[in-house]
Each structure stands twice: as C-alpha cells, then as structure tokens.
Design a protein around this ligand. Structure first.
Ligand SMILES: [Zn+2]
Length: 458
C-alpha cells in the first residue's frame, strides 16, 4: 500500500511518489528565533519528526532540512540590551535543546538564514532577470516580488490574485502594487549595521520568505518531495515561497503539508490573552515522553485543544502502555515489524490516533496473555508494542539501568538453575521455596524450552 499525504495545494490525498526512488527530500520551516518555544512550536517539530520516522521505517532515505530564521523584523524588534544576534543564538539553543529533550531527531542539516545570504541574492537576481522582481527607484535599496507578474499567485491558499490582501512589508517605500512583498530590505539608519549584508542593491537584509526558498533548493535541489510547516504559515509565507520559487524557474515542492495549531481552552495562544504555554512549562509538569505522547496523540492536521484535563488523560493512556512495556521488557526479542493495522494507519496520512488505538488494543491483549500465563502470546504482544513505540519515538525507561538489570538477571538465573536442580533431584520442598521466593520479590517466570525469561510484575 502506498503512503498517502494530504496536499494543501490540491486539497486532496495523494500517493507519495518520490522523485528519486527510495529517497525523500523534505523541507520544514523552522523557528524564527525571537522568543522561547511554546507548545505550538513543539507540536510542529513533533509532527514532522513522526513523519520522518515513519518514512524511514518504510525504507526511504529521508533528507530532512529544517531551517533557523535568525534574521527577521521580529528579531530586530525585540531590542533591549542584548544584541539581536546574541538573542537569536540563545533562542536557537533553547529550541534545539527542547526538541532533543522531546526526542526529535536532529535534522540532516539545519541551515541558518544568515549563512545563506549569497543564495538569496542569487535567487533575487534570477527573479529580476525574468521580470518578476524590481528594485524601487527611491534609493532605499528595497526589492519586491511583483505579484501581478505571476498569474499562478494564490494557488496554495486558493485566492485569486485580485483578491489578495496587501502585504505590510515596508508599505511606505516605493512599492508598485500593494500586494507585492519584500525580497530584499535596504538598511534603515535605525537598524544595526550588523543586521545588513552587501548586495547589488546596497546594504540590506533578506525578506523572510526568500530565506526558505533559497535554503530549501540549496540542499534539496530545484524540485523536492515534501514541504511542511504550521497552518499559520500558509499565508503569506508559503504562498510567497511557492510563487517566487516557481517564478524563478524552480519546480519546488511536490506536496505541501500543514500541521494544525494548538489552542488553549478553545482560544488561540497569544501573549495578550496570557495563555501561552511555553515548552519549559510543559516539561516542568511532566516527563518528556509523556509530553511527546500528549503532543503527537491528535491527528497532525486537526486543531489540538489543550484544557485542564487533557495532559492528565494523555498521561494515563501512556502509563498503560509504559506499564506493560516495563513488565515485559525481558520478553522482547525481535521487534522490527509493526502490526499491519498500525502500518496501514500511518500510511494513511499519518493517522496517529488510529495507530495509537492499535497500540492500546495490543497492550490489552498482552495483559490478558500475561494474566493467563501464556508466555508465547505475551512475548508476541511485547514485541509488537516495542516495535510501535520505537517507531513513534516513544521510550520506556525500564525502571533500572542496564547494570542493575544485568545484576538482577544473574541472580534470577542462578535461582532458576537451583530450582531446576532441585526438581531434577525430586527435592520438591526446595523447588517450591525458590518459586515462592521469586514470586514474593514480584518476579514472574516464563519457562521456555531451553531458557527461562522473567518479568517484574507491575
Ligand atoms: Zn519558511
């Protein structure tokens, strides 16, 4: 069965047909590093992390590019005592640390906008040569994309070019059309010299949208498979990325994915309402794997509402899985294959809620097998559960580190050998005493043909 993804441009599910068989190029818009990450940022990072893990599990070699927007109006607007570049570096570290804390795999490459100014200048020059961009004649050094020159403008958000609202970038300076957006912003006297770079139009800095177009194609080529980002980036950011890249002659992304936003108590998160949940607030409340489970458990395209009970519900659900996985850690042997129903769910536009339902069903079946003393069935379900939680990037701390586990295993195996000797000698009293001691320690034995496995009762 093919992997299907919901494409924003065609508003339909389409089969993944990699441009290069066996390989997938994926670009995801990363953070603008102006303030600490909140749970909306985490949800976006986790969405594409799970996509990437699933595609990789399906045998595809994924090149995953996620940028850092480290120069932008919003960063310069923060001001204060700290230099803009020091702020950007600090917030970037906070994003990386938080993403790793939640088990998000590091991107194949994580380009910074400030390191790719030459690529952006070259792309703008190509647009000018083709008649899709112009420098203003007022001496400001601004360069704009001409929306009127590109009839396809609006296809991502299904707007006719005539209906597109005006762009607010530097409206006061020499724009020919209110809809045109900035590709290059000439330096203003009020801005730090460190926030400007030389260009054919004088000192200045790139507009936000051109950054992603330039970085995506540098690493993934003129055409690539998947472009992802939050729903809030669809317009104007992604619409403009798409227009300028296509106008410059690049094929750009085959499929556009958008993840839904996070609301709190039914309201959009905003500083003015005071309902922003920062990543660190969430991680203060719970362990990372519960936070991860919580943020991936809704379908990635739906709006996820956080309310008083939602974290607790997710924690209880994850505890059921974790409890089973801990009890059966010693039964796990081969965990390379996930159940078919789980795979079918993730193949179908990454339906994580359906996949989690399969996971919970498997845990229930596993617990039933444990209660019935059916070691073979319990071990099979333990393998299934381990395979599924691995694919989702969840992890079970087994309640003890490897050294402790090894020490315990040595003692249990010694007792088992002694029990077996007593049985062979028909010394039933000793054999029963050992069995009772092991049970009193909360350990269940599963006798196999030539080996005995054990689990700690939860
Ligand atoms: Zn972007």
């Amino acid at each position: 069965m093919p992997i299907r993804l919901f494409d924003t441009v065609s508003q339909s599910l389409r089969d993944l047909e990699p441009r290069v068989p066996g390989q997938v190029g994926m670009y995801v818009c990363g953070p603008t590093v102006q303030s600490s990450p909140h749970i909306g940022h985490l949800r976006s990072a986790l969405t594409y992390d799970v996509w990437r893990r699933w595609l990789t599990h399906r045998g595809l070699r994924v090149t995953f590019v996620r940028n850092v927007t480290d120069i932008d109006d919003k960063i310069l607007a923060v001001g204060g005592d700290v230099e803009w570049w020091a702020l950007a570096a600090r917030i970037e570290r906070e994003f990386s640390d938080t993403a790793s804390a939640l088990g998000v795999l590091p991107p194949t490459v994580e380009p910074r906008a400030t390191g790719h100014i030459t690529d952006m200048v070259t792309l703008i020059e190509r647009l000018m040569e083709r008649g899709h961009a112009y420098a203003t004649e007022d001496g400001t050094g601004d360069v704009y994309f001409s929306v009127a020159s590109w009839p396809e403008y609006g296809i991502l958000t299904r707007q006719s070019p005539d209906a597109v609202e005006s762009d607010d970038s530097a409206t006061e300076r020499g724009k020919r059309d209110a809809r045109d957006f900035a590709l290059w912003k000439g330096r203003k006297d009020s801005e730090p010299v460190t926030a400007s770079w030389p260009s054919p139009w004088g000192l200045g800095r790139p507009g936000w949208h051109i950054e992603c177009s330039a970085m995506a194609t540098r690493y993934l080529g003129s055409g690539f498979d998947i472009h992802g980002g939050g729903l809030d980036l669809r317009f104007p950011h992604h619409e403009n990325e798409l227009a300028q890249s296509r106008a410059a002659g690049d094929e750009f992304a085959t499929t556009w994915l958008h993840n839904g936003l996070v609301t709190v108590g039914g309201q959009k998160m905003s500083k003015s309402v005071g309902n922003v949940i920062l990543a660190r607030d969430l991680l203060d409340q719970t362990d990372w794997v519960t936070a991860r489970y919580f943020l991936i458990s809704s379908h990635y395209r739906s709006t996820m509402d956080v309310n008083d009970g939602s974290l607790g519900e997710a924690a209880a659900a994850w505890d059921r899985i974790r409890g089973f996985a801990r009890r059966t850690a010693d039964l796990v042997t081969d965990h390379s294959a996930v159940p078919d129903a789980f795979a079918a769910a993730l193949d179908d536009d990454l339906a994580v809620p359906t996949a989690l339902a399969v996971l919970h069903d498997t845990v229930r079946a596993g617990n039933t097998a444990l209660d019935a003393g059916d070691a073979v069935a319990a071990a099979a379900r333990a393998n299934d559960v381990k395979a599924m939680i691995d694919v989702l990037g969840l992890a079970v701390d087994e309640g003890a580190n490897d050294a402790t586990r090894e020490a315990l295993d040595m003692l249990v195996q010694r007792l088992v050998a002694e029990r077996d000797r007593s049985r062979a000698d028909k010394d039933w009293t000793t054999a029963d005493r050992i069995r009772d001691d092991i049970a009193a320690a909360g350990i269940t034995l599963f006798d196999g043909a030539d080996t005995t496995r054990w689990s700690i009762d939860g």
